[in-house]
Design a protein around this ligand. Sequence first.
Ligand code: GTQ
Length: 370
Amino acid sequence: MTTAYDDNQLGRARVADTPELTAYYGELAERDAGALWSVANDIEPWYPQPKSVPVLWRYEELRPLVRKALDLVNADDAGRRVVMLVNPGRKDVSAAVGLLYTGLQIMGPGEAMTAHRHQAAALRFVHEGTGAWTIVDGQKLRVGPRDFAITPNGTWHEHGNESDDGPVIWQDGLDIPLVNALDAGFYEVHPELYQKPGKVINSSVLTYGANLLPYGVEKWTRPYSPLLAYPWEPTYESLRQLARASEGSPYDGVIAEYTNPVTGGSVMPTMGAHMQLLRPGQATKAHRHTGSVIYTVAKGRGESVIGGKRFAWKEGDIFCVPSWAWHEHSNLDQDDDACLFSFNDFPVMRSLGFYREEAYADNAGHQPTA
Ligand code: GTQ
């Protein structure tokens, strides 16, 4: 029996075990009950106590293992050929951090996966390969390196690689652990296995991609962005323009959120995404916030200090920041900018009133490192 005895402070549980209490706890347990004071300090911590730890996954180490999966399993048998990134503290729920899942999916030349839909929402960030496509609710999208695309929850989706000169590797980001934590998961295979896409490729990008709200199209009332793909070039160009017009954030450099063009809100109800640019040599200050973040290095090289630990990164690497962990980023290239793509569960935090943020006050805003 554990005793909540760590915080010997007024207003906190501080009941020591005695033989009578231990026997009493046993009697309660036999009736599927328990004494709150024996767990109170654990279940109501002073501040968030994530099980997740900061992790950096090196693309050059994972890439050969991801490619190996091409030979080891065929896509139809595996359903999706994905190497998951698993946080050592969240193996029980297959999360990369917090309640977010991520993995590297590989599709060989000419491959096409069957269509399905599920309660979990998904997003893609392309690492390499030229032939990637996905059909989301009947709309075919072509995506290339550093492009970002969404598969909102409940939409039919299938993917493939139509190039004949090499595999596609893209990163999947899903809220699977969140959906499961809420016992809300559903999954369906498409009755015809494959969708019949409309003729126009990237139609949502053609419709919504230029900061203009189109007339004469279906009035958009669904809770996710009608724009399903966000190509790299205009995203990068926008950040460079923003860098000319604004100082940016002291914690994140020049940063912008991918938005639903109809509402200005996050791309999906459970997950948001950002692209940020660190100027040559820029070192940001540390802050922390509730909500978990998974970062992918889109361009350049640098390092981040997360929870007092230093992680050096370069293009393709993936790292995570657990909720409430201090973090700051540096671009180690003095001549070129660095860009970080990231996705998060901030929309969940915000809609539940759980979002909090705090600046690191000491040491000129930088964490001490070992
Ligand atoms: O493509 O919908 O990496 O359902 C894991 C689960 C991708 C997907 C993953 C999925 C998907």
